[in-house]
Design a protein around this ligand. Sequence first.
Ligand code: SF4
Ligand code: SF4
Length: 314
Amino acid sequence: MLAFDTIREIAEWIWSRPWPKPYICYATTNGTLVHGDIKEWFRKNSKRFVLGLSLDGTKAQHDANRSDSYDKIDFAFFRDTWPFQGVKATVSPASIHDFADGVKHIVELGFKYSINLAYGMQWSEDLLPVYREELQKVAEFYLENPDLEPPSLFAHIVSRIGADSRRADKQKKRKWCGTGTAMSCLAPDGKTYPCQAFMPSSGMEGGSGIASKIDFADDVNFRDPHCIDCICDSACPSCYGNNYLRTGTLFSRDKSLCKFRRVEAVAASWLYGMMLQDPEKYPTIAKMKPSEKLAVARGVKLIQETLADEVEAY
Ligand code: SF4
Ligand code: SF4
């Protein structure tokens, strides 16, 4: 939003002429500058330009992560203008102790959301019991509120691991994201990159040269040998650009988060296991196709049998 005049100029130029392919205009913002004329322009163009808000939980959590900026956000504007658009919540070591309160606060404000642990931070194993307890509180919150749909943090883990258990080889070879295949990124320097992570502005020097030597369509190039026997493989996020910046290889995930991923998997399997016991009460389960329910049930069983005791000991 610091470059709002440029954003407006580009957007109005896009809208002034026909294009051969569909497109969307979207930006993520911390919301602090979306007021006055900027807000009015977005309100007027809300059908053709979507803003996604970053919101990290309660005021205390958000202020700890984002320089005391909670009070500078017009939450009602974001919620009412783009009700289908979820907020993006990032959890840091400073905000993890109130993780569950943060989730409830976002839900109470009326937002859908996606939430994840911050990348590139030092995650001490001392925080594992904290994370386990906070995730359990969130799982209980969703059990008590059957009409709420659990966030992707829970939903994807169980179904992916369940599906993976049936077709392990194929699934494990799949790339986590569409960098260089479904995605490409045209940068201000006129070059095309596999995605924004390979651009100079993300800290990668010579990203287009590096990318030209990689076959992005061959998923084997993105397979981490360390992860092949881990049941979390198909549900464990990987940013190949960040991996490259950190380690010089595309595939090498950040292993400092391994135990945190396992804690997430066990919490998710507990929640879905409980919901599966009363499927008609939970629309999330009731609306699943039988094959999806089966994948979830397999995921629950596998995670509980493989990881529950280990995670309990953290
Ligand atoms: S939890 Fe660790 S070992 Fe398992 S897939 Fe993720 S990074 Fe690999
Ligand atoms: S490599 Fe990272 S930034 Fe690029 S598309 Fe994949 S997850 Fe996103």
